[in-house]
Design a protein around this ligand. Structure first.
Ligand SMILES: Nc1ncnc2c1ncn2[C@@H]1O[C@H](COP(=O)(O)OP(=O)(O)OP(=O)(O)O)[C@@H](O)[C@H]1O
Ligand SMILES: [Mg+2]
Length: 241
């Protein structure tokens, strides 16, 4: 047998890692159901592989592009995040198995995206949910996702629309609770979109106000590194007004 070049072996190992990471049996089953229901026609390629989830570009039967977020069940770190689940009256009764918890985080993100859509917040439109897989609007162009705020050359004009969206969410009774430059994508025209709503809580959550303060602090801290400074107290007041 000829020896395979190192590069090839490395690529193969990476691919196997992706496959064993993402396609646990729950995900495979959910994806096959989504395909059978005719929601998507093809899984194209992963656009992001993280600890908690993998995001794929996928194509629908009519040829449009969507994003598919697969929450990992078998290697999930969500057990560390139960604070966000149990204080939220919508999700208080979920069982404690790892699978149930991940499924609840998926449902939570979907419900939060629905609230955002109603409230006019810039976030991906939720399209479909099946078990631990979420189908949503693809934020990007020509199959490439927009960069996250942290990956852009930061501009001052990105800040106000983000604060406006935080206010819209708050008025709709929701706090993102995991907002930072990593969970904001910036479209080519400069419009920021908030993403990753699995941790979002309703205002009835006992820590909702604390999470709101942390979200605003994270965003203002990021912009202040580029010299775009705002007063945290003033901005919080405007959001709560
Ligand atoms: N709707 C979308 N359209 C295009 N790309 C997306 C979309 N949602 C997420 N992504 C891409 O996937 C990445 C991860 O998404 P997200 O923040 O929702 O997952 P995550 O739970 O933080 O994953 P992890 O923490 O495991 O990395 C984003 O930074 C972005 O590049
Ligand atoms: Mg994220």
């Amino acid at each position: 047998m000829t020896k395979k070049p190192d590069k090839y072996v490395k690529q193969l190992k990476e691919r196997q890692k992706i496959e064993s990471d993402v396609f646990d049996r729950h995900a495979l089953f959910a994806i096959s159901k989504i395909m059978k229901k005719g929601i998507i026609d093809n899984m194209d390629y992963p656009v992001s592989t993280g600890k908690e989830s993998i995001v794929f570009k996928a194509t629908t039967a009519s040829g449009s592009i969507v994003a598919l977020k697969i929450y990992k069940i078998e290697t999930s770190p969500f057990l560390k995040k139960l604070d966000y689940m149990y204080g939220d009256p919508r999700f208080e009764k979920i069982k404690k198995s790892e699978k149930e918890i991940v499924l609840a985080f998926t449902r939570k993100e979907f419900r939060n995206l629905e609230l955002c859509e109603k409230a006019g917040v810039h976030a991906p439109k939720p399209l479909f949910i099946q078990d631990n897989v979420l189908v949503m609007q693809f934020l990007g162009e020509e199959g490439l996702p927009y960069p996250t705020l942290g990956q852009t050359v930061c501009e001052e004009r990105f800040l106000q629309p983000i604060l406006d969206d935080i206010r819209r969410m708050y008025k709709a009774g929701l706090v993102h609770a995991d907002l930072s430059e990593y969970n904001i994508m910036v479209a080519n025209d400069g419009t920021p979109y908030l993403i990753d709503f699995g941790q979002g809580v309703v205002l009835a959550h006992p820590k909702a106000e604390e999470y709101l303060e942390r979200d605003v602090r994270n965003v203002l801290k990021f912009f202040s590194k580029f010299g775009f400074k705002r007063d945290e107290e003033k901005e919080l007041k405007k959001i709560r007004k």
